[in-house]
Design a protein around this ligand. Structure first.
Ligand SMILES: *Cc1c(COP(=O)(O)O)cnc(C)c1O
Length: 352
């Protein structure tokens, strides 16, 4: 075997243990399955696919559907296998070897990982203790780094908080970078950068069907940006990357936006209830604008994580992540799942 690239050798890989437990609240999926009508319509549509031919290489029908949904043109839309592939394509086109990618930590681990895999230097700026940002300090630091791409997640995973929209202006003013706004949890957020992305060659917005749309198994994500930026992404991505069944599934999913919005409202209700319950138990909470809650149990987080697992509840242990010593992340589940979590946590905190 030839020697592996040093970037790859140094990498821990993406570790989200998929333990087989009854209650999995660790990867921010929706607790609800998609509507029955979606599944049956999709099953019907699969029969009509011309399987011996390559799929539509530019996914026109799907992009038209997404364009109608967001009130933008199909030239403003790029699609790929999950937003992770979207982000990888952005970095292949605009970062790559010898270029710099800036991220804020704590943030989404995959921004760092994909940046390194494409050969870029990844530079992390630290958030404050309350996970906010001091924008003036950010502007100064970014001006020195002079990055080619800057990632902003809104709401931010794993903190659940939204930065102020003015952060985008600070990045635009202090750098020449492409600003990638990762809006994986946009349906829970107070603002979106889509309108600005359509009118700027320096802002793009990525979205996914994995979270709010109840379609994590589908692996479908997309990006909204200016046509000139989007064109470069089509050059960087592999031909025929998006299979025919995925394209048609995405088109059909867009017919069920009302159902999706109902699910979002239910999750927000549960999130607010769980957040209150955590606070009343004396647990420290990072205020969430998403479908998950980052919390610090104020005692050994690894122990609490293990005790929850012992009663069949899996949450994400973020304790070893940068700046997150003592923190765990809960994905909001169904009412019953959240109850099981709260009870498990209560007894984990009471047991010596
Ligand atoms: C979950 C998540 C994604 C989703 O990635 P997919 O590849 O679309 O499943 C992207 N960004 C953030 C910040 C996430 O939390």
């Amino acid at each position: 075997m030839p020697e592996v690239r040093p970037e790859i050798a140094a990498m821990p890989g993406y570790h989200s243990p998929q333990v087989d437990v009854p209650i999995r609240l660790n990867t921010n999926e929706s607790p609800f399955s998609p509507p029955e009508a979606f599944i049956s319509e999709f099953a019907e549509a699969v029969r009509t696919i011309v399987w011996n031919r390559y799929p539509d290489r530019s996914a026109i029908a799907l992009r038209e559907g997404l364009g109608r949904y967001h009130n933008v043109s199909l030239d403003n839309i790029f699609v790929a296998n999950g937003s992770n592939e979207v982000l990888q394509t952005v970095l292949l086109a605009f970062a790559g070897p010898g270029r710099r990618v800036a991220v804020f930590e704590p943030g989404y681990q995959m921004h760092v990982q994909i940046g390194r895999i494409v050969g870029s230097e990844v530079i992390a700026l630290e958030r404050n203790a309350d996970f906010g940002l001091d924008v003036q300090r950010v502007g100064e630091a970014l001006a020195t780094i002079d990055p080619h791409v800057v990632f902003v997640s809104s709401p931010n995973n794993p903190t659940g908080q939204c930065d102020d929209e003015s952060l985008i202006d600070v990045i635009l003013d202090s750098t020449g970078a492409l600003v990638v706004v990762d809006e994986a949890y946009a349906e829970f957020s107070t603002w979106s950068a889509i309108d600005r992305a359509v009118h700027s060659d320096r802002i793009v917005v990525s979205r996914t069907f994995s979270k709010t749309w109840s379609l994590a198994a589908l692996r479908l994500g997309y990006l909204i940006g200016s046509p000139s930026v989007i064109n470069h992404l089509w050059t960087a991505v592999l031909p025929y990357h998006l299979d025919a069944s995925k394209q048609v599934a995405g088109e059909i999913a867009l017919k069920f936006t009302d159902e999706m919005n109902t699910r979002v409202a239910r999750i927000v209700n549960e999130r607010d209830r769980v957040q209150e319950a955590l606070r009343s138990m004396g647990v420290k909470v990072s205020p969430s604008s998403a479908n998950f809650i980052l919390f610090s149990p104020q005692r050994d987080a690894n122990l609490v994580w293990q005790r929850l697992l012992d009663v069949g509840v899996l949450v994400r242990n973020c304790s070893s992540w940068p700046l997150l010593n003592g923190w765990l992340r809960l994905t909001i589940g169904s009412k019953e799942e959240n109850e099981a979590f709260l009870q498990g946590l209560q007894s984990a905190l009471e047991t010596e």
